[in-house]
Design a protein around this ligand. Structure first.
Ligand SMILES: [Zn+2]
Length: 418
């Protein structure tokens, strides 16, 4: 909201909207100390959906367009000292039905194409050593994670091929249950065939991921799938973009028992920046509006069908943004509350950042508008008494530890011929 509208708003706006204005005007100022701590870290974000934009909008990461509302660009990454980004390889299970693997390959290609366009500021990365080299060379390390096990089309060979192409984690499910793992997104839908967690093949997938060195990602899965994966895996896992359910009652978020189980496993839970996972009031407001939003999207889909055109994810996202923009944004502090809660329950070695940038229709807490705002997290943690070394762990050290462990377990399993 522009300041010009503020006096009018004081009279006319609802109290909720007025609170948002207040939160916006008391924006976090990053101190020189926080900036120095932040800039000396290797900052790793484990989930951004910017990849969709490469294909859907022909978006270039080198863009400096001031009107671009996107969360991630090379410029924004540099301003926020983002050192490594896991670009999400997400295949819409409805739109791409029948050719999941082919679209997975298209998305992988789009990340490589960005890296080859910007060799001076970006490089593909596949290991801890690569991320460290990118950091030394002041380049953004581009890693890839598949979001949704349906991408492998029930074929363990495709899983290995995706690893060979550089994919370093796979979320066992997206919001859809696939043929070997249940998702939190539809676990209550009786029309979907469920498996009570992971099937035997699902367990084989987890073990093969351990063997080849791909991180098992348990974001999005149902609670039973989570526990099956934890019982099966021989390496630490991550939740690449999940928050805490004790604070916000979303089925996608992790219970305190799950947080403790991830700690015991040596893994990391990377906090999602989506307001609907970080603020209970926002989640409830969003739920109250969900029916109207679904109707608006259906109307759009029907209209496209009638006109003989195909519906696009970009158009659907535009409609979603229009609706969600009506809800007041929560304050920045809810994001720090999430990190703090996970650090207290699981331990400071088991929390990280999984923004979900460019995948949440712009709905992040006030003050978190792009990767350029990442230093505010360091300020928020300093304000709550976190030490510089703990902040470095949260910003990326913990995730790099997991990636290193996954590499080690893979070597051991391969040497042992298992
Ligand atoms: Zn997701």
């Amino acid at each position: 909201m522009t300041s010009r509208l503020l006096p009018l708003c004081l009279f006319l706006c609802s109290s909720a909207a007025a609170q948002t204005v207040a939160a916006a005007s008391s924006d976090i100022v990053v101190s020189a100390r926080a900036r120095a701590i932040h800039d000396s870290a290797i900052v790793v974000d484990t989930h951004a959906d910017t990849t969709q934009r490469f294909l859907d909008e022909n978006f270039d990461l080198g863009s400096t367009d001031p009107n671009d509302a996107g969360h991630v660009s090379l410029d924004k990454a540099r301003r926020g000292n983002l050192g490594a980004e896991f670009f999400s390889i997400w295949v819409d299970p409805t739109t791409h039905k029948g050719h999941y693997a082919a679209y997975t390959l298209d998305l992988i290609d789009s990340v490589y194409e960005q890296a080859s366009r910007h060799p001076d500021r970006m490089m593909m990365a596949f290991s801890v050593a690569d991320v460290e080299r990118a950091h030394r060379e002041h380049k953004l390390a581009a890693l890839m994670g598949i979001e949704g096990g349906h991408s492998i089309e029930n074929d363990i060979r495709l899983l290995r091929d995706f690893y060979r192409l550089g994919v370093r984690y796979m979320t066992l499910t997206w919001s859809n249950t696939n043929e070997w793992a249940d998702s939190s997104g539809d676990v209550d839908d009786a029309t979907v065939e469920h498996h009570n967690g992971l099937t035997d093949f699902g367990k084989q997938v987890v073990l093969e991921m351990n063997r080849i060195g791909m991180i098992v990602d348990i974001s999005h899965v149902s609670d039973k799938t989570f526990w099956d994966a934890i019982a099966t895996t021989k390496a630490p896992v991550i939740a690449s973009h999940s928050s805490a359910r004790a604070l916000v009652n979303a089925p996608r978020n992790m219970t305190d028992d799950m947080l403790r189980a991830v700690a015991k496993n040596g893994g990391v839970v990377d906090v999602n920046f989506f307001s609907g996972f970080d603020d209970e009031n926002y989640r409830q407001a969003e739920a109250a509006q969900a029916k109207d939003l679904a109707a608006a999207i259906k109307q759009y889909d029907d209209q496209m069908k009638a006109e003989g055109k195909s519906a696009t994810a970009a158009d659907r996202d535009r409609i979603e943004r229009e609706y969600l923009a009506k809800l007041p944004r929560p304050p920045f502090s809810v994001l720090i509350d999430q990190i703090d809660h996970i650090a207290k329950v699981a331990g400071v070695d088991h929390v990280g950042l999984g923004s979900d940038f460019d995948g949440v229709s712009g709905q992040t807490p006030t003050g978190m508008d792009s990767a350029a705002d990442l230093p505010k997290i360091t300020q928020g943690l300093l304000d709550r008494g976190y030490s510089a070394s703990d902040i470095h762990k949260i910003l990326g050290g913990n995730v790099l530890r997991v990636l290193g462990e996954v590499e080690r377990v893979s070597r051991e399993m391969q040497e042992g011929g298992k």
